[in-house]
Design a binder for this molecule. Structure first.
Ligand code: HEM
Ligand SMILES: [Mg+2]
Length: 301
C-alpha cells in the first residue's frame, strides 16, 4: 500500500482573509522568488493577449494589479501566457475552450465540457472574469490543496496560494515514486485535505479530484497516469502560474481518459479512508483498554 499519511494530519489552518481585489494570486511572503526572469515593472494589461511590456503573445508575464485572477492555477497560467486575455476579464465560453485547447492540448469534448459546465455552475453565459471563479461553493470549494478555505459568510474564496499548504503538499507527494507525483499521491492529498477541513459533497469532491487529475495528465505527458509527473515542474506551475521550463503538451488530454483516471483516484481514496478508519478504531480500542486498566488507579485518587 502506498504511504498513508494519516500521521501527517494536522490541525486546521489559520485562514487568510479573502481578497477583495481581483488580482494577486501569487504567494507574497518573504521567500526568495524562483522566477526564471525578472518581473517587469508594474504596468497595465488590456483585453488583448499581447503584453505591452514583454511584447510577446505567449511569453510569461505575471498578473498585474488590475488583472483579474482565479483560484485555478491552470486558467491563471493561461492568462499569464496570453492564451486568455491578460487582464482576465470578459472571457467568453468560446475563448475559454480555445485557450484550453491551445495551451494544454485538451480535446474539444473535454475543453467544451469544462467551459460549458463552468458557465452553467456560475450562471454566467455571456462572459466571465477569472475572479468570478472564486465565488464560494459554486465551482470553488473548501479543502483546496494550495488555497485556504473561504472565511465563513464570504462570497469569494481567496485566490492567493498559501505557502504553508504548498510546502505540505510537496512533502506529501513523491513517496510512491521519487520526485514524481502520481494518481495515488492525488488520492492521498485529497483524503488528507478533506480530513483537515471537512469531507466535500459529491459534486465538489468530483471537481477537486478532476482538477488534480487533469493537471497530472497535462503536465506529466502521455504516460503520466502510470509514471507520474515531475514534482518540480508541478510546483512551478502551481505556484508561479506559468508553464514549467521546457514543458510542452505532448498529447491530447481527453474526457474519457481523464474520467477513468478520476475513478482510480476515487477508488484509492476509499481504500485510504477505510485504512484510516481502521487505524482510528484500533487507536481508540487501545485507548479504552488503557482507560479500563487505569480506572482502578483513577478510582483510588
Ligand atoms: C474551464 C476550465 C476550468 C475552470 C472553470 C476551472 C476552475 C477552477 C476553480 C474555480 C478552481 C478552485 C477550486 C478550489 O480549489 O476551490 C480550480 C482549481 C484548480 N484547477 Fe481549475 N479550472 C479549469 C480548468 C483546469 C485545468 C485544465 C486544469 C489542469 C490543467 C486545472 C487545474 C486546477 C487545479 C490543480 C486546481 C486546484 C487548486 C487548489 O486546490 O488549490 N483546472 N479550477
Ligand atoms: Mg477552494
Amino acid at each position: 500500500m502506498s504511504t498513508l499519511t494519516a500521521t501527517t494530519l494536522v490541525s486546521r489552518h489559520s485562514k487568510t482573509p479573502s481578497s477583495a481585489s481581483t488580482t494577486q494570486t501569487l504567494i507574497n511572503d518573504d521567500t526568495p522568488s524562483t522566477s526564471r526572469t525578472a518581473t517587469p515593472n508594474e504596468h497595465q494589461h488590456d483585453q488583448g493577449v499581447k503584453c505591452p511590456v514583454t511584447g510577446q503573445a505567449h511569453g510569461f508575464c505575471p498578473a498585474q494589479k488590475t488583472d483579474s485572477r482565479s483560484p485555478c492555477p491552470a486558467l491563471n497560467a493561461l492568462a499569464n501566457h496570453g492564451y486568455l486575455p491578460r487582464n482576465g476579464q470578459h472571457i467568453h465560453v468560446g475563448q475559454l475552450i480555445k485557450a484550453l485547447r491551445e495551451g494544454y492540448n485538451l480535446t474539444l469534448p473535454l475543453a467544451s465540457f469544462l467551459a460549458v459546465a463552468a458557465c452553467m455552475l456560475l450562471g454566467q453565459f455571456r462572459s466571465i472574469s477569472l475572479y468570478d471563479l472564486s465565488r464560494h461553493n459554486l465551482i470553488e470549494h473548501d479543502a483546496s490543496v494550495v488555497h485556504a478555505d473561504a472565511t465563513p459568510g464570504s462570497e469569494y474564496a481567496p485566490t492567493q496560494v498559501m505557502r504553508s499548504l504548498v510546502t505540505r503538499l510537496i512533502r506529501t507527494i513523491g513517496h510512491e515514486r521519487t520526485d514524481r507525483m502520481t494518481l495515488d499521491d492525488i488520492a492521498n492529498i485529497r483524503v488528507n485535505r478533506e480530513a483537515e477541513t471537512h469531507v466535500l459533497d459529491k459534486m465538489h469532491a468530483e471537481i477537486a479530484r478532476g482538477e488534480l487529475t487533469i493537471a497530472l495528465g497535462v503536465l506529466g505527458g502521455k504516460s503520466a497516469y502510470e509514471d507520474g509527473a515531475d514534482i518540480g515542474a508541478f510546483r512551478e506551475w502551481l505556484v508561479e502560474e506559468r508553464f514549467p521550463e521546457g514543458w510542452r503538451p505532448d498529447h491530447k488530454q481527453g474526457l474519457w481518459g481523464t474520467y477513468r483516471a478520476t475513478r482510480r483516484v476515487d477508488n484509492k481514496m476509499q481504500e485510504l479512508r477505510a485504512a484510516l478508519a481502521e487505524k482510528k478504531k484500533s487507536v481508540s480500542r487501545e485507548g479504552s483498554m488503557c482507560e479500563s486498566k487505569d480506572s482502578p488507579a483513577v478510582a483510588k485518587l
